[in-house]
Design a protein around this ligand. Structure first.
Ligand code: UT7
Length: 321
């Protein structure tokens, strides 16, 4: 059977690391509050020379190298971001040009923190229909550009970065590698709980991120537990079969609460929120690349990806590596 197989991962972070203590020097917050409420200890913040496309290109190069794939072989780039370099063209096309890809399809997906899950499921569908045989799926963000640095309830939570995977259509055995099941959801009724107060068609400005954190938290735990159950059911697997969960890294307490709801041991959950904070669409592929490169995730492992974000949007995918 034809499945989309993850054959390489990569990531990129801005050079500048900002600790909680650095933030406490400019807004009314403390390392103690941030660590206790979120698990975040530091985040990386892009300087003027680092953009969503430059981070995405660096992460993609890393992933191509890990997969042993040449940029010329890539026929599809799906890039998830809510912070594109420009309103248009799509950041994916800028990455395509920077990598020197020969041609093919390139477009952006906008599902905020669930963006990578949306991009992965979209690329998986296109590969299985024969649109391309090798794809890059990228999550890249520079949320620092849309943060209100005077709002302590949001500015301490986010960071910048990018992660990428090479996805290849391969003819595999039933117990072989590849994406086994994906489920995506959206519920537009909750827009006001997490949104950006600007945009080209409304204010004509980029705007700043606004969030009712407590409400988002409550919805996140319920929605994530529910979509994880759906993917387990669809793939005929149980929580006990899962080797690793690579979740969206918004808050260590959300990760704990979701794992508890599914009886998943905490040691099977890849946690990078302490180092990267919430990097929106980049957080899942950044965490995946971290756990691939430190040797935790190995070939043959069953890995669950999950995310929830603005919209609301949420989703999960199960893959054998
Ligand atoms: O990636 C997209 C999805 N996003 C999320 O999943 C985020 C979900 N939400 C969360 O992670 C949490 O709700 C937060 C981390 C955002 C907030 O944690 P919380 O435990 O829900 O805190 P809270 O909003 O209930 O605020 C508690 C107190 C408030 O003070 P009062 O009203 O009790 O006096 C806040 O003003 O903490 C105060 N506070 C802060 N204090 C110091 C809020 N932000 C800060 C801060 N430093 N940075």
């Amino acid at each position: 059977m034809i499945r989309s197989v993850i054959t390489g991962t990569g990531s990129a972070l801005p050079a500048k690391c900002v600790t909680n203590a650095d933030l406490a020097a400019r807004v009314d917050t403390s390392d103690e509050w941030i660590v206790e409420r979120t698990g975040i200890r530091q985040r990386y913040i892009a300087d003027d020379s680092e953009t969503t496309s430059t981070l995405a290109t660096a992460a993609a190069r890393n992933a191509l190298e890990a997969a042993g794939v040449d940029a010329q072989e890539i026929g599809l780039i799906v890039l998830a971001t809510a912070t594109p370099d420009h309103t248009f063209p799509a950041t994916a096309t800028q990455v395509q040009a920077a990598l020197g890809c020969g041609g093919g399809v390139a477009f952006d997906v906008q599902a905020v923190c669930s963006g990578f899950l949306y991009a992965l499921a979209t690329a998986d569908s296109l590969l299985r229909t024969g649109m391309a045989t090798k794809a890059l799926v990228i999550g890249s963000e520079t949320f620092s550009r849309i943060l209100d640095w005077d709002d302590r309830t949001t500015c301490v939570l986010f960071g910048d970065g990018a992660g990428a995977v090479v996805l290849e259509a391969q003819d595999v055995a039933a117990d072989g590698p590849g994406i086994l099941a994906s489920r995506l959801h959206a519920d537009g009724q909750h827009k006001d709980m997490l949104y950006v107060d600007g945009g080209p068609s409304t204010t004509g400005t980029v705007g700043k991120l606004r969030m009712k954190g407590r409400e988002v938290f409550r919805h996140a735990v319920v929605n994530l537990a529910s979509v994880l159950k759906e993917v387990l059911e669809e793939s005929g697997t149980s929580a006990a079969d899962i080797d690793w969960v690579v979740p969206h890294q918004a808050n260590a307490r959300i990760l704990d609460a979701t794992a508890r709801k599914l009886d998943l041991p905490a040691e099977k959950v890849v946690v990078t929120v302490d180092r990267h904070a919430n990097t929106s669409a980049a957080s899942v592929p950044l965490a995946l690349d971290t756990a691939m490169r430190d040797g935790r995730i190995k070939p043959g492992d069953l890995v669950m990806f999950e995310a929830m974000g603005g919209g609301f949007t949420w989703g999960a995918s199960l893959a054998r590596m």
